[in-house]
Every structure is written in C-alpha cells, then in structure tokens.
Design a protein around this ligand. Structure first.
Ligand code: HEM
Ligand code: FPP
Length: 334
C-alpha cells in the first residue's frame, strides 16, 4: 500500500486538523482503503467462514443462497462495526504500538467522529438487513456480538484482566450462532457446540500472538497473560485449551450427531497437529518463531475445520457414527 507521509502526531485526541488536511490530499480510493482498514477485514473473513459453516450444517447442506448472502454480508457489516469501535476506543494505545501505529485513527487519516458515525451506520444497516431478510434472533445475536466485543472485551477487560481474552473471546464465537439462527430461527445444542469450539479455540489463537508481541503490550500496560504471568504459564494454558478443544469439536459427532466420519477424522487430525504444535511451544515458550507458527496454524485449523464441516454435510460424503457402528456389528457377526 502506498502511504502518504504524515506529520508526527503525539496527542491522539487532537487529530481533527491534521486529518482534514490529510484527507484533502487523499483521493477517494485511499479514503475507501482507510475505512476498509478500520474494519480489520482479514479477521472478518474467518469470522464469516464460521457463520457460513454453521448455516451449512443447520440446513444439512441445502442452504438458500440468498439467505447465505444476506447473513454473511449482514454479519460482516456487524463485525466491521465492532472492529471500528474497537479501533476508536483503543486509538491511544494503538498509537504507541508499532504493529498498530499506522492504523487510520492513530495516524490521523480518519477523524474519531467520522469513525463513530461509520460504525453506527454499519450497525444500523446490519440490524435492518438481518431483521428484514433473515430474522430478529439473528439480528439481535449480531448486535450482542458488537456489544460483547466492545463492552466486555475492549472497554471492560482488555486493560484490566489477564483473562480478558477468555471471557471477551465469547464475542468472536457469536458469528456461528448468527448463522444458525438465520437458518432455523432458534439455537439448538449443535449451535452452542459451534460456539464452544470457537470459545476454546480463541485463547490458543490469541495467546500465541500475544507471546510474539508481548513487549508491545507491556509497553502500553495491557495485562495480556504473557506480560503478567510469563511465557511458560501462557504456553501451559495454550496446551490446556488445545487439549480441551479436540473433545469439544467432536461433540458435533457425538452426542449431537450432525457430523459424520469425514468430519470426525478431520477434527482428530487437525486437532492432533494443533496439540503437537502446542507441545513444541511448551518446550520453547520464549521462542517467538514457534509462537508465530502456533498462531498461523490456529487460523488454518479453524478454516480447515469449517471446510471439513462443509464436506461432511454433503449427502455423498456423510457417513454417520451410527452407520459405522452398524457396519462394525455386521462385520462382527460375519
Ligand atoms: C476476542 C477474541 C480475539 C482476539 C482478542 C483476537 C486477536 C487478534 C489479533 C490481535 C490479531 C492480529 C491483528 C492484526 O495484527 O491486525 C488477530 C489476527 C487474526 N484473527 Fe483473531 N482474535 C480474536 C478472535 C478471533 C476470531 C473469533 C477469529 C475468527 C474466527 C479471528 C481471526 C483472526 C485472523 C484470521 C487473524 C489474522 C489476520 C491477518 O491476516 O493479519 N480472531 N487476532
Ligand atoms: C457477531 C459479531 C459482530 C461478532 C464480533 C466479533 C469480533 C469483531 C471479533 C473480533 C476479534 C478480534 C479481532 C479481536 C482483536 O482485538 P484486539 O483489540 O485485541 O486487537 P488489536 O490489538 O489488533 O486491536
């Protein structure tokens, strides 16, 4: 991305003048790029894969394409709103961390007031779209995602507790509930299992990243687990949550019985590789390269698990656990 040289900004609340002067020089493409960046688009992609995965399972592989489009798009807009408010609230610390200092708010390319209007507009559009074309439950769940991410994680826990991500992580687990509700109009046990998978996946995902950038978090006084308790405790916790994640992911096979053998084998293999990586990290908790590898794998894991859900939902690939048990009984009797 080509970046316009900007004057140094020391007070993140005094952006208006700088931002206006900058925007006068920026063309509309750069402005669109800045607003897109505010929404953390790369994270949204994986959130939407989990929404689509839930819709696929809820509809047993026969989802209405229009409903899929509306729900994924409405969910994306809700997540974009949540991420924008997070960027707005965190602009003071983002300005001080290398990784985040070039974001549109701390660098003064967007004014806080404009970001707030943008976030509110996104939330209103998302709620309206989901209510009109999906249902009220899906719309309310999307809004509860924004409220949890902003209220519980960003404002309440991020700067006050080492467990910020464990509790606040519930926000990131809401998108599959939105997808499920859009298809069925309610939330079954299977929907809550999808929620639980992402809930226990989030700490290993985020703490691996936090291990890589713990110095930055320490610099701005954010009490992430590796900053307060150290690398070894964090690596231990990552392994613990990863060990929990595998049986939780298998609840979709038994007792929920919505996934079959293709998914079961995939979940065991993908989870096994995750556990292996977490044990490698436990051997070298301070090695940032190992932490990076766990972080990257966490993203691949969740994406591939959703692909496995999609494949397993196809009638041609679905072999249920009951069918396997019946086959084993027949083989035993022969
Ligand atoms: C509240 C819980 C979560 C926290 C605190 C968290 C934190 C983070 C952070 C700090 C980054 C680095 C972002 C950057 O450098 O711009 C990141 C990256 C990422 N997160 Fe999470 N995350 C959470 C939940 C999730 C969830 C639920 C998903 C998807 C289901 C997700 C998907 C991703 C992806 C795909 C990336 C990589 C983005 C890239 O390519 O740079 N995260 N996460
Ligand atoms: C249904 C719905 C709308 C759900 C919302 C879910 C949502 C937006 C989750 C985002 C998770 C995330 C990117 C956390 C990073 O925050 P951070 O502040 O720790 O990251 P940073 O340090 O990069 O700013």
């Amino acid at each position: 991305m080509q970046q316009t040289a900007i004057p140094e900004i020391t007070n993140p609340d005094n952006f208006a003048e700088t931002s206006t002067a900058l925007n006068a020089k920026r063309n509309w493409r750069e402005v669109i790029q800045d607003y897109t960046e505010l929404t953390k688009p790369r994270i949204i992609v994986l959130l939407l894969i989990t929404t689509a995965g839930a819709m696929w399972i809820a509809s047993e592989g026969a989802v209405d394409p229009f409903l899929m489009f509306i729900t994924v798009f409405g969910g994306a807009i809700a997540a974009a709103s949540a991420n924008t408010i997070n960027c707005l609230y965190d602009r003071d610390i983002d300005a001080k961390m290398e990784r985040t200092s070039w974001r549109p708010l701390p660098s003064g390319r967007i004014q806080p007031r404009d970001a707030l209007i943008f976030a509110i507009a996104l939330a209103v559009i998302s709620f309206t779209m989901l209510t009109v074309y999906a249902n009220l439950l899906a719309a309310c769940l999307a809004m509860s995602g924004i409220a949890t991410y902003v209220g519980v994680y960003t404002i309440w826990l991020k700067r006050s507790s080492t467990q910020n991500i464990v509790i606040g992580g519930a926000a990131g687990a809401i998108p599959p509930l939105v997808g499920w509700a859009a298809v069925t109009g309610d939330l079954s046990w299977s929907a809550w299992v999808l929620f639980a998978i992402i809930f226990v996946w989030t700490p290993p995902h985020f703490w691996a990243l936090a291990l890589m950038i713990r110095d930055e978090y320490a610099k701005v006084g954010v009490p992430m687990l590796p900053v307060v308790k150290g690398a070894e405790v964090t690596a231990n916790q990552i392994l613990l949550y990863t060990l929990l994640m595998v049986p939780v992911s298998l609840l979709l096979v038994y007792p929920c019985n919505v996934m079959g053998m293709v998914y079961a084998v995939s979940a065991v293999c993908l989870g096994g590789a995750f556990i292996y990586k977490a044990t490698q990290l436990l051997k070298e908790p301070s090695d940032r390269n190992v932490a990076r590898s766990v972080f990257k794998y966490s993203i691949l894991y969740l994406a591939l698990l959703c692909v496995a859900m999609g494949v397993d939902s196809l009638p041609i690939a679905h072999i249920s656990s009951q069918q396997v048990i019946a086959l084993l009984q027949i083989a035993h009797n022969i």
